[in-house]
Design a protein around this ligand. Structure first.
Ligand SMILES: *[C@@H]1O[C@H](CO)[C@@H](O)[C@H](O)[C@H]1NC(C)=O
Length: 267
């Protein structure tokens, strides 16, 4: 294997299993292979992050500027999910004070017309009722920012490009059980290696070990559960709050016109 291969291999391993340090510099972005949001084979998207910013872009993906998008960001220290199918938009917010520089775990499930976001074990769902029955995603997944050379018209939600870049660490990005490939990045620092000594993610004295280059926690005898031994006993009688529709400002004003045009032209 020559050195170019090694560098590529290293870069993709780093993007896969290990954490990425986001500097928060203007123009920052990281790009991962597409997450098939809305499809049954997609698997849940999960990751954990820690930051001191109350407002920042975490994730963005869309259908190339038509109607569908999905955005996860921090706003006022809360986690905000916004998504749209066939130009019908919905969203949900949860958590508070997430700019506390502690680890927070996020899982996102988007099947059909419903998206469920889970933050540190608490779940919220949002649903849209468009004519088309599934989300359409063609872009890669952008994390921490969107490249400035992507034209605004190619983004369903161009305002995502102006969200503050994420600053802090984001790691354990997974689609289902597998880690997506990192396709490129700017102003982010790829780690040397996952290390229990340098960056032990396990809480409550869970024991840390390296499995395939990723830190993994064994929570035996800690009394806690979860990937990082951070979750207490799972709440029993705690139903999910489903279909909490929040009416929010349309992603872009023109989207309404846009939507009609598309609905008509699809006939
Ligand atoms: C989080 O952000 C808010 C402003 O949105 C600020 O008032 C608060 O002090 C921040 N918390 C921490 C721990 O930095």
């Amino acid at each position: 294997m020559d050195s170019v291969c090694l560098v590529l291999l290293f870069a993709s391993l780093a993007g896969l299993s290990l954490g990425v340090e986001f500097t928060g510099s203007p123009g920052q972005w990281a790009r991962y292979s597409r997450w098939e949001a809305g499809s049954d084979r997609a698997g849940d998207l999960s990751f954990r992050f820690r930051t001191d910013l109350a407002a920042a872009l975490l994730l963005y993906l869309d259908d190339g500027g038509y109607c569908d998008f999905l955005q996860v960001s921090l706003a006022g220290g809360r986690l905000r999910l916004r998504f749209s199918v066939d130009c019908y938009e919905a969203g949900s917010e949860l958590g508070a004070g997430l700019n506390d520089s502690r680890w927070h775990a996020v899982t996102l499930s988007a099947r059909g017309l419903r998206a469920v976001v889970t933050l540190d074990g608490e779940a919220r769902a949002a649903e849209v009722r468009p004519r088309r029955q599934h989300m359409r995603i063609v872009s890669d997944l952008f994390v921490g920012g969107i490249p400035g050379d992507i034209r605004r018209t190619a983004l369903t939600c161009p305002s995502a490009q102006e969200e503050p870049p994420f600053r802090g660490r984001l790691e354990q990005l997974r689609y289902g059980a597998s880690a997506p490939a990192m396709l490129g990045s700017r102003h982010v620092l790829l780690p040397q290696e996952g290390s229990c000594a340098d960056d032990n993610p396990c809480e409550h004295d869970g024991s840390c070990s390296l499995v395939e280059g990723a830190t993994t926690c064994d929570c035996t005898n800690t009394g806690y559960t979860g990937r990082y031994c951070s979750e207490g006993k799972l709440p029993d009688a705690h139903p999910l709050v489903f279909v909490r529709l929040i009416k929010i400002i349309p992603c872009k004003l023109s989207i309404v016109l846009h939507s009609n045009l598309h609905l008509n032209s699809r006939k």
